[in-house]
Design a protein around this ligand. Sequence first.
Ligand code: SF4
Ligand code: SF4
Length: 355
Amino acid sequence: MNFTLHLTENCNLACKYCPNPKSEKRMSEKVVYAACDLAFSKGNIGGLCFFGGEPLLEKELIYKAIDRCNELAEKTGKKTGFRMTTNGTLLDGEFIDRAKKCGMVIGISFDGITQDKTRVFRDGSGTLAAVEKNAKMLLASMPNSYAMMTVAPSSVGSYFESVRYLYSLGFRRIIATIAYGPLVHWTDEDMEVLRAELEKLAEFYSDILVHSKRRFYFSPFDAKINDCIKDKNTADHCHLGFRQMPVDTDGKIYPCTQFIGDEDWYIGNVFDGLDVNRQLDISRRQSTPEECRECGLNKRCTNSCGCMNRLETGDENKVSPLTCTYERMLIEISDRIAEDLCENHYEEFVKHFGR
Ligand code: SF4
Ligand code: SF4
């Protein structure tokens, strides 16, 4: 089984769009070990993702979890795997060496050239210089690390330049999403700027696919094109309660990060295990939102992401106008990119998407 460990509710940053409340609460060693044991109790893999707050505030806990999982993997013959999402400011050489050794996959939350506007230390100073330095160190040792970019209304005008900048630093996997939640307000003008930036990015992305030998993954376009080719139902991507379950600092398990603390969505804890009946009950709650049932795009859009819907509308089954507009935009532009590549650069298209 795979768990996402929320090692701490604390963070050394105060990002402008961050919806997570901060506190001094941290996971105990006892909870960490019980989570490792539970991860290995079923299935062929015991996988952990380290998350926060900022997980690198708890490096020693991460080392302990890795050691425990490696021991369990040896004992049971099962596979283990590690991931981490970090703000990048506390990365150091020692951690990178240990992460590399255990095959951890690291994603740095990095907004690009607007980083100093959106992602700041608690005293308000910018994090760009620190994160750039650490990202270079990480990529030199683990080139498959990826950047996780959040595009907010205040930074949307630099979206294209920020992706170019991250690419120039060496990132070949960029996961970009727009900022959602109560602290973010997108106006119609912002959405027009977003469209213009995505159009520039479409050209940039196509150009790299055609001319670069190394694979470049840019999630907004790659995901839409890949899903369409593989005839995947994007709306099914959300597997609340089954695929990657978050564990809070007390060891309680929920189906998704957005539901942490809501007893209605509690599905077990690391000491007593998962409550299968509650998991099944929650999986039955997922459905295509009412307003999307007749829409021709409903299998290609993330309308059923309960986590995002709840953040935006307060209801996991209600899509916000922002999501709807953004999804339509992405599908339209991604389809155009795919058609153009197919028509004019078929070989490169197959090379990139045919695997
Ligand atoms: S680094 Fe993450 S948890 Fe910390 S303030 Fe920024 S978005 Fe929130
Ligand atoms: S495009 Fe809008 S209406 Fe259509 S499925 Fe997506 S969110 Fe629903």
